[in-house]
Design a binder for this molecule. Sequence first.
Ligand code: PMP
Length: 369
Amino acid sequence: MKDVLLMIPGPTNISDAVRSVMGEEQVGHSEPRFQERFAELVQLARYAFRNDTGFQYVFTGTGTVAMEAAVSSTVENGDKTLVLNSGYFGHRWTEINEVYGAKVEELSTSFGRHVSPSDVKKKLQETKYKAVFMTHVDTGTTIVNPIEEIVKEVKAVGALAVVDGVCSVGGIELNFDRLGADLVLTGSQKAIAAPPGGLLIATSKEMEENIGRRKSPISTYYANLLTWKRVMNDPKVYFATHATQLMLALRQALLEVKEEGIENRWKRHKAIGANIRAGLESRGLEMVAESGFRADTVTGFLVPEGKAAEVQSDLRVKHQIEVARGLGEYSGRMIRVGHFGNLRGDQIEYFFEALDDAFRSAGIRTPSH
Ligand code: PMP
């Protein structure tokens, strides 16, 4: 049976080499050969983030655990924080902040709109916040936020800048050292193209100092960055059993990122994003994200109300392509395609042929097809 072509916004297709690492003999977390590779993995993660100036964490857990680690380590009970909410995952920052006792406010955009740096600036002039939480690419609305400008505003008032890069790191330009954010996180299953379950976090010196200055202990056990710091500094330290196979697969995926070169990878994703958008636009389809802020890793477009499920199912059953639908009120008319990692030009061509076929079956007429 042919492999399913994953075009959901994560997990994505993994290379043969990554896949074969997952099938190797079981390795123990206490074996020196694992610990050596784990240390290499942390260095490779630094490369993917372009993080030479900060601290680097890698451990088992999904992107949400990374978000939880970020919030629980950054804020203390009663701290004032701001969330820049440009969609589904922006709001998740708010929920986690509430769990950890922050007095959190949201600056929200309407669906498919980016967060404007001047709105952020205004908000930061009105109120003093300890930290500002933002999303680089909101996978729900497929918007890419101008985080360079936003981080600049946040740093100008001396707050901590925390970035969810789950749908960008490894695919869309994000140079941690140059960006100047205090924490950037991602998961293994998107543009890095490893299986899900690994998280990667880069932190600035300022963030590390902030954690060191806390008045109260970090109120989470597993996702506690102070505890993981000991493991990062010495992979022989045991805290919790690494998902060894997965960590080795993540190492392999990051080796492939390095082999390609991170800047080349950003360029390649830019070309893929443009290719996908051009194909959709030539079919007269309406994009969900506003022009100028469309992500190069995931794209959302609209089909007639009620048709999204039919198109998704047709692609799955007849063409073995997996795409996602919109979230919430958009589930009936929005389709989201993930296009990161190893997606090739011939696979994109195949996707468009399949999409035309699925549209024909669903009775959707497009101007040019
Ligand atoms: N943030 C963003 C932007 C995401 O796209 C996702 C996952 N789709 C998450 C956070 C949560 O990551 P996970 O599902 O790996 O917990």
